[in-house]
Design a protein around this ligand. Structure first.
Ligand code: ZN
Length: 311
């Protein structure tokens, strides 16, 4: 995993009520809040990061919770499903848990030979819990109610819905080092062997599908993972050489980022492993305190009053 794209780094989505979002991801799904910070571009709003113990890339789902935001609509030119990896044999546990917590879910189904459970978060964001057929040796975060034998290990895949799959496929295969693994009707599964997990992107091609609307309950962007800034900037050149607009390097405190819109319409980010979430608090304390980037530190007392309490 030297000069490669190492699967998914994080996925960022939009939520409504912050506490409801926090309760679902920590209490119901058993994820760890690994960072409580603000949207650097809109510091009146949280940016919440959920993942495993250390916030390992490949496990991180992040949200901008905007109270009262309208609900988005799934459709083309969007990442439409977020797939988590769960242990084999755990899907019954999750069905029972979703029943108990009045969560909307579908009965267990199968694709590409893997059983999965579709579930909607409180804002309607579509998640899938997949019992992967390949080994997933990642150590999950455990809670009192969600122990390791059932716990989410991180991402399994992400699904992008597109009118025409080829332009997006060309980025995945020609730039990111993915290859087509399997095709089932209009679903194309791409995988990279640079890493063992969080390494799958599914493209679903639906020619007539109307473009989705990104708002509450939808994915804002998908971030792919690189080891460091030097490799990040190598990818910047590769993307720019295709004639696509790509941002300059942006410091996100916990990683460095570039953003570009892939030809299928989805906002892609490339993000580094360094410096990671323990840069401003210890691993034990992750997520406990409001963390602000230097430029917003002077607003701390006002923000601590105005941001909604999570716990
Ligand atoms: Zn991001």
């Amino acid at each position: 995993m030297e000069n490669t794209i190492n699967g998914i780094h994080h996925i960022t989505a939009i939520a409504g009520n912050a506490k409801r979002n926090y309760n679902f991801y920590t209490n119901v799904l058993g994820q760890r809040l690994v960072k409580k910070t603000v949207n650097f571009d809109d510091p009146e709003t949280y940016h919440l990061y959920y993942g495993d113990k250390e916030g390992t890339p490949g496990s991180i789902l992040t949200f901008f919770p905007w109270e009262g935001i309208q609900t988005g609509r799934r459709g083309a030119r969007q990442a439409t499903e977020i797939g988590y990896s769960v242990p084999k044999g755990s899907l019954d546990f999750w069905v029972n848990r979703f029943e108990k917590h009045n969560v909307i879910y579908n009965k267990v189904a199968e694709k590409f030979g893997e059983e999965y459970l579709t579930v909607l978060d409180p804002d309607g964001l579509k998640l899938e819990l997949t019992a992967s057929k390949t080994a997933d040796n990642r150590l999950p975060w455990e809670t009192d109610e969600v122990k390791a034998e059932n716990a989410i290990k991180g991402f399994h895949n992400v699904t992008i819905t597109t009118n025409k799959m080829q332009p997006t496929a060309d980025i995945l295969t020609g730039v990111f080092g993915y290859k087509l693994l399997e095709q089932n009707v209009n679903r194309y599964r791409f995988i990279t062997d640079a890493v063992e997990n969080a390494n799958i992107v599914d493209l679903v091609e639906v020619a007539g599908e109307v473009a989705g609307h990104v708002a509450g309950g939808s994915v804002h962007h998908v971030a792919f993972r690189v080891a460091n800034e030097e490799i990040l900037m190598q990818y910047r050149e590769k993307i720019a050489a295709l004639g696509l607009h790509i941002t300059d390097k942006i410091d996100r405190n916990y990683f460095y980022s570039l953003y570009f819109r892939e030809p299928g319409g989805v906002l892609f980010e490339i993000a580094t492993d360094n410096p990671g979430f323990a840069v401003d608090e210890s691993v034990e304390e992750l997520g406990q305190n409001l963390k602000l980037p230097a430029q917003h530190e002077r607003f701390r007392s006002a923000l601590e009053k105005s941001l909604p309490k999570l716990f």
